[in-house]
Write a protein that binds this ligand. Sequence first.
Ligand code: CTP
Length: 318
Amino acid sequence: MQMCEMRFTRKRWTICMIGLLLIFYKTKERARSNEHQEAQLTRKDILRFLDAERDVSVIKSSFKPGDTIHYVLDRRKTLNVSHTLHSLLPDVSPLKNKRFKTCAVVGNSGVLLKSGCGKEIDSHDFVIRCNLAPLAEFADDVGLRSDFTTMNPSVIQRVYGGLLNETVRENFVQRLRLLNDSVLWIPAFMVKGGEKHVEVVNELILKRKLPVHMAYPSLRLVHAVRGYWLTNKVNIKRPSTGLLMYTMATRFCDEIHLYGFWPFPKDSSGNPVKYHYYDMLKYRYFSNASPHRMPLEFKTLKMLHSKGALKLMTSKCT
Ligand code: CTP
């Protein structure tokens, strides 16, 4: 800057400004290239544990109807592959040969409310969302685009009352129609308990010919993801959906942007933050009884953000 404070002719001033601009862009370019390298390093590391293209879903040829599957997190309990489930298994990985420049992984924290992040989220090349969270009423803050949506079987009981009556069944069908030919990912083989719900959902999808591509994560996925984080000294009992999605996304996305990750009841200024942006669920992730360790996951993601390996958005977008 000092060199620009000398006595100036117009020509010198112009040269000086061009010089400063060049320095500015070169620094930015260098930062971007470092970030790219960090993202590449993380991806390389993760890929030593996880074959995400394969593990994102089991495929038809892996099973026959009637086969027995041992639940991933409770090996003593089993599930029989029904004809309905088998007919919905994809023939090949739903993410086969996919590669995207930028991806958004959208968590469900209330930190998204009043964020104005909807447009930015929708502008990414691939948008991953969790647990069939509602979009239309929150579009300004969360966007509408979905390329890949997860749904834990527990959502069917908690949000759609087990799909027991016609009204909730219709609401559910309407929600699935919005997926518009994108991927619906149901972790059906994790723990016993949700199998009835998964079967009802599968039957509904077939009967109503709903526009979704089904995916059911492989029996290896959670162990591989957990293994990667454990090796990196992040001791996670059971990765949350958001962490699973980020870890998988490293395989398909050059740049990953996280939104809606904030597992804390207050924001950085001390204002209350809802656990989910769309319901009244309470925080329960601080006790040892909870299945996840979201605050620890958050700390890890924040560290990766500061190294430039990912972008963690916890403030307003505009
Ligand atoms: N999330 C967060 N902070 C919150 C709520 C959610 O960071 N206050 C992130 C987590 O990564 C979480 C994801 O958003 O995994 C989706 O939220 P939710 O649907 O609650 O996630 P699950 O991990 O599926 O939780 P559960 O197993 O309890 O259903």
